[in-house]
Design a binder for this molecule. Structure first.
Ligand code: NAG
Ligand code: NAG
Ligand code: NAG
Ligand code: NAG
Length: 377
């Protein structure tokens, strides 16, 4: 069961008046001890791959509600800045597919606004995949309607533990370059249909222990009450996705990584860094290995910040950000919420996005960052 952490949709709650700003509240998984799931994107060039790994942590994934069709069929989705396509389980998925059967399914025969597309699709997710066909219908979210969205109806979800994950599907917030050919992805359609005035969205995630987990995505602008100081804008380092350039990374006076691209990715729970930087980090932090986890002291006061230099400004990750607590049996462990990837770039997932409010500006091709407020609503 999903737990709704808060209910607020009213645009009138916003601290600024803009009729074209749409707010999607996000809510997080309930606290689970023992095992829960987290995402680590397995980046394979040119294709969209996600890897689901077993881990233990609280509020790992952030979900939002959408509905599709006329009348509306409701779904719980991940709004994913790391991909551009949207898919939902199909009513036509076989009974034999448990993963599909355990989630809500879209029934196009029940929708008067549905039109068929005729093409099939395959998305690779690490060693699993999602297969199905494309359809076109009206997506509803945050009180707005987005007609004519081409999305995937998945027939076959072979996705590790997809059976037990709480979301039904995915809404890709990435740029058009990553989308299926001859389709206009969610964000681009939202902007060309002028559902929002400014082609911008912002992500606020709450993840600190004293906060109620959850967050919000704001389409069409940003909410000043959710961050401190000014937004620090940097250009996209590559035009094709939400990424920026990290100039260097240091722990204390020790540089652990140099110039590197980084993808901002709400679909990944952790921060992923290139293997070499990761090895340097483990050394600097004197991490030990226990039960396969990289374990650090829980005395966070004795640990240094990881200082990430972006566009001339340092964005620190504090021990509170990069450590996660888990309980193995009776034992409390503090493990690193950072994992290595076998690539030359970083993935700044929810661990980073929980500390920094991020603004995604598709028109100016830039990303704005500022320290997120803690304890926000
Ligand atoms: C999302 O939908 C579920 C099921 O329809 C509902 O229980 C929940 O309150 C909704 N959450 C939000 C934040 O709107
Ligand atoms: C899909 O919707 C149609 C039209 O309402 C209905 O006849 C059909 O039974 C539905 N399919 C399933 C599997 O529920
Ligand atoms: C789509 O996939 C189905 C099997 O799932 C196949 O029967 C059909 O021919 C495919 N259509 C196209 C256009 O490739
Ligand atoms: C990532 O995906 C590729 C292609 O499916 C696979 O060969 C590789 O083992 C995966 N890497 C990880 C770390 O899971």
């Amino acid at each position: 069961m999903l737990r709704a952490w808060f209910i607020l949709i009213a645009v009138s709650c916003l601290s600024f008046a803009n009729k074209n700003v749409l707010k999607v509240p996000l809510y997080a998984a309930e606290k689970v001890y023992g095992s829960d799931l987290f995402f680590a994107r397995n980046l394979t060039k040119g294709s969209e791959t996600l890897n689901l790994k077993l881990q233990t942590h609280t509020n790992l994934a952030y979900y939002g509600n959408i509905s599709m069709g006329t009348p509306r069929q409701h779904f719980c989705v991940i709004f994913d800045t790391g991909s551009s396509n949207t898919w939902l389980p199909s009513i036509n998925c076989p009974k034999s597919n448990l993963a599909c059967q355990s989630h809500k399914r879209y029934n196009s025969s029940r929708s008067t606004s549905y039109t068929p597309d005729g093409r099939n699709f395959t998305l690779r997710y690490g060693s699993g995949r999602v297969v199905g066909y494309l359809s076109k219908d009206t997506l509803h979210f945050a009180g707005a309607d987005l007609p004519g969205l081409i999305f995937g109806e998945s027939l076959f979800v072979q996705h590790f533990a997809f059976t037990s994950v709480r979301f039904d599907g995915l809404v890709g917030l990435g740029l058009g370059v990553l989308a299926w050919s001859n389709t206009t992805p969610f964000l681009e359609l939202l902007c060309t249909k002028k559902v929002i005035e400014k082609c911008v969205f912002s992500v606020y995630l709450r993840r600190h222990p004293r906060d109620t987990p959850g967050g919000e995505i704001l389409f069409g602008g940003f909410d000043r009450t959710k961050f401190e100081g000014k937004l620090h804008y940097v250009p996209l380092s590559l035009g094709n996705s939400w990424n920026l350039e990290i100039t260097k990374t240091a722990v204390g006076t020790k540089e652990i990584g140099g110039k590197s691209n980084a993808i901002l990715d709400t679909g990944t729970s952790l921060v992923l860094m290139p293997q070499e930087s990761y090895d340097n980090l483990l050394k600097v932090l004197s991490a030990k290995v226990e039960n396969g986890y990289k374990v650090l002291t829980c005395e966070t006061k004795s640990l240094p910040n990881i200082n990430i230099l972006i566009g001339g400004k340092v964005f620190p990750l504090t021990p509170d950000d990069y450590l996660m607590e888990l309980t193995l049996g009776r034992k409390k462990l503090c493990v690193l919420a950072i994992a290595p990837i076998n690539r030359g770039f970083w993935v700044l997932g929810d661990v980073f996005l929980g500390r920094y409010y991020t603004v995604y500006d598709a028109t100016a091709k830039r990303i704005g960052l500022a320290k997120a407020v803690k304890g926000g609503k």
